[in-house]
Design a protein around this ligand. Structure first.
Ligand code: IVH
Length: 700
């Protein structure tokens, strides 16, 4: 082990990565499995080594740095942080007179007569407030507001935000706490929800919820993938004065490297504030993020100090809220949409109405329980709202305007498209069409998914073309796409086509006959199998043939293939069940085989980032393992890039032989496949690199 001051950047980064992985595994083993994989002394030594390297290379501190893991994920979430200066809330005003009264109170409190009381107006961002601590200009800790006095330590998560300066530019006080808002832009929110939907994950109601859900992740790698943004806007504790006015403080924040809201403005008096309020109100709908009002802060910091707080609200600032973006309109109809997985979603068709600058014609009614709870009926006048939510919500019906003939809405128990029974499993809110492959609505959605970018990515086969081809009988399911070249002339003659686009389409199709396994798995549109899970499966099984065989084998409850599937890190029993459900339907398997016959599916490379010491190796475990469970041993092998299989063949690289091993151990010996005892396996997988795993695996 080299002395810390002799490490170069690359070596330090590599070692920090290894330490993070080993300590995380040790934490999980200790806290989640109660099965420590190293002694306390060894653990402490690794942590000290990590801290020493981080101190030497502060720019290399990782989002998942072990220093920010307090006892591992299972210990009950985030560490608590007491705020030196409490994080308070703001009083609200809703009208110009109320705002003028706020200013007047402040003026009286300060004993000012005609001196103008200047304010800074800033958009009130609808996100989560955060407190950021910097020591000697280096970011050391982030805490949520919590109850105002005690928040949660989300340092590791904040480090993943591109807007967060990890080091303040220029001179900074020895200790300073900066406050701001973590939020998500509307467009990023919509894209995140689309991705969540594709992955079969839960959807967020609005950008604020999405930001909150993303920030409070125990695994900072999840936060890292979420598009969170940060505006800095206020001060907490500071070891020295950094400005005499709020407007100067904002400039200072910006110089240090923070993103400060560019719309913030210094305003001379109440009239200027009222004009600012009007202007932002008009711009509100067009802003890239949600705001629910404007915060006005008295500019002079000496005055702020004198004004202080009343209860939990400052006397020096106030939030002037916008009226909720509401409107009423008529509910013309409720249309049931059928999604790719058969989910029946009720969509309100509305008399077009302007809500906060956006023309709304449709709104989701979520599910049948929601319709019943709000008792909205076709013909009703309904109230809609866009408050933080990009997708408008129906609040309820205006009782006085209900037509005499309006009947409670009866949710259909059959699919409106194919007529198959629509069932709602106990405990679920969603009703689903059981028509699967026979339902044209599902078929169409499935095809759209099949050709989408992360799947087969076929240019020139958009939603409209798919619909038209289906109507004309050119397409029924995915396999028909590969028969389209037989109809090139007919397609070229179609409206909107022509020889060139028909040719291009055929080329695009031909180019996709050779395709990576993960894309094929994803393209099938199996519930909960998004791009990430498809990748996990592809890496685990390696080839189409192995995957198919193993899925069929996994249909048997209790089969080894079933537990193997459910034990893939990141898959689990619920996802395994969806996969098995897909293969249990013979028509699905037939469709898959017909498709595969048209393709040349590329094998997947095992592993996936991180430590890939066993990349590409095929490992078999046999006999009883005493110091770890089978799933644990498999997970470890996969984390290091290996593929775990059941049977020993010439292609097996390594057989780990536990107690009472039988035929597999013998076969390994016969074939000359390298074998390891459980102890050797442990040394290989948990030992340091110096042990030289290559020397064990690659020598023949
Ligand atoms: S200043 C003493 N400025 O509004 C309060 N807050 O209701 C200092 N907020 O928890 C807060 N945008 O999360 C301030 N430009 C802004 C803000 C803002 C949003 C939030 C903040 C706070 C809440 C207060």
């Amino acid at each position: 082990m080299s002395a810390v001051d002799q490490l170069n950047q690359a070596a330090a980064a590599a070692e920090l990565e290894r330490l993070a992985a080993r300590l995380a595994e040790a934490d999980r083993a200790y806290h989640e499995r109660d099965a420590p994989v190293m002694s306390d002394a060894e653990y402490d030594a690794l942590r000290r080594r990590n801290d020493a390297i981080e101190a030497q290379f502060p720019d290399l501190v990782r989002a998942d740095s072990p220093r920010h893991r307090i006892g591992g994920a299972a210990s009950g979430g985030f560490a608590k942080v007491a705020h030196g200066v409490p994080m308070l809330s703001l009083g609200n005003v809703f009208a110009a007179e109320e705002f003028a009264a706020f200013l007047e109170r402040a003026r009286r409190f300060l004993g000012l007569k005609d001196t103008p009381l200047r304010c800074v107006g800033e958009p009130k961002i609808d996100g989560l407030s955060i407190s950021l601590l910097y020591l000697d200009g280096v970011f050391v800790r982030a805490a949520t507001r919590g109850d105002g006095s005690v928040g949660e330590d989300v340092t590791a998560n904040l480090r993943t935000l591109p807007d967060l300066p990890t080091r303040l530019r220029g001179a900074a006080p020895a200790r300073i706490e900066i406050r701001g808002e973590v939020f998500m832009r509307k467009a990023d929110f919509l894209a995140l929800n689309a991705a969540q939907e594709a992955e079969g994950e839960r959807l967020f109601a609005n950008p604020r919820n999405a930001a909150a859900g993303s920030l409070r992740q125990l695994d900072p790698r999840v936060t890292e993938r979420r598009p969170l943004a940060l505006f800095a806007y206020a001060m907490g504790e500071a070891s020295e004065r950094v400005a005499t006015s709020h407007s100067a403080y904002l400039q200072r924040l910006s110089a240090w490297g923070f993103v400060v809201n560019p719309l913030a403005e210094l305003l001379a008096d109440a009239a200027a504030a009222a004009a600012f309020q009007q202007r932002l109100g008009a711009e509100r709908a067009a802003l890239p993020y949600d705001i629910d009002g404007v915060v006005y802060k008295i500019d002079d910091l000496a005055w702020q100090e004198r004004l202080g707080y009343v209860g939990r609200e400052p006397r020096w600032a106030v939030a002037w809220k916008f009226p909720a973006e509401q409107a009423t309109t008529r509910l013309l109809d409720i249309v049931i949409q059928v999604g790719r997985t058969g989910a029946l979603t009720p969509v309100a068709q509305l008399q077009p109405v302007n809500v906060g600058g956006v023309l709304v014609t449709r709104a989701t009614l979520h599910n049948e329980d929601e319709i019943a709870r709000k008792d909205v009926r076709i013909g009703d006048t309904v109230t809609l709202q866009r408050a933080g939510d990009v997708i408008p919500q129906i609040l309820g019906a205006v009782a006085a305007d209900r037509p005499a003939a309006a009947q409670p809405y009866l949710f259909p128990d059959h699919c409106p498209v194919c007529g198959s029974l629509a069932v709602r499993p106990a405990g679920e809110v969603v009703r689903r069409c059981t028509g699967a492959l026979t339902c044209p609505a599902q078929a169409e959605e499935r095809l759209v998914h099949f050709v989408s970018r992360p799947a087969f990515d076929i240019d020139g086969l958009g939603e409209k073309t798919i619909r038209a081809f289906m109507q004309d009988g050119l397409l029924h399911g995915p396999v028909d796409i590969f028969a389209l070249p037989d109809h090139e002339a007919a397609i070229a003659a179609r409206e909107g086509f022509g020889a060139v686009s028909a040719r291009n389409l055929m080329r695009a199709i031909a180019a996709r006959r050779r395709i990576p396994l993960a894309r094929v798995i994803y393209a099938l549109g199996i519930r909960r199998i998004g791009a990430r899970n498809a990748q996990l499966l592809a890496r685990h099984y390696g080839s189409f043939a192995v995957w198919r065989t193993q899925m069929i084998a996994a249909m048997q409850i209790g089969a080894e293939a079933r537990s193997d599937l459910a034990n893939i890190v990141g898959i689990g029993p619920a996802i395994a069940e969806e996969l098995v459900g897909f293969f249990a339907e013979p028509r699905n398997v037939a469709a898959l085989d017909a498709l595969a016959a048209q393709l040349s599916v590329e094998d997947a490379a095992p592993g996936g980032g991180g430590d890939a010491r066993l990349a590409g190796k095929s490992v078999v475990f046999t006999g009883t393992l005493v110091t770890m469970t089978r799933p644990e041993a498999k997970a470890m092998a996969e984390r290091l890039g290996a593929r775990v299989t059941d049977s020993v063949s010439r292609r097996t690289d390594l057989v780990v032989v536990g107690e009472d091993a039988g035929s597999k151990a013998r076969k390994a010996e016969e074939l000359g496949v390298r074998t390891l005892t459980e102890l050797q396996w442990r040394e290989l997988t948990t030992g340091s690199d110096a042990a030289g795993p290559e020397s064990v695996v690659d020598q023949q």
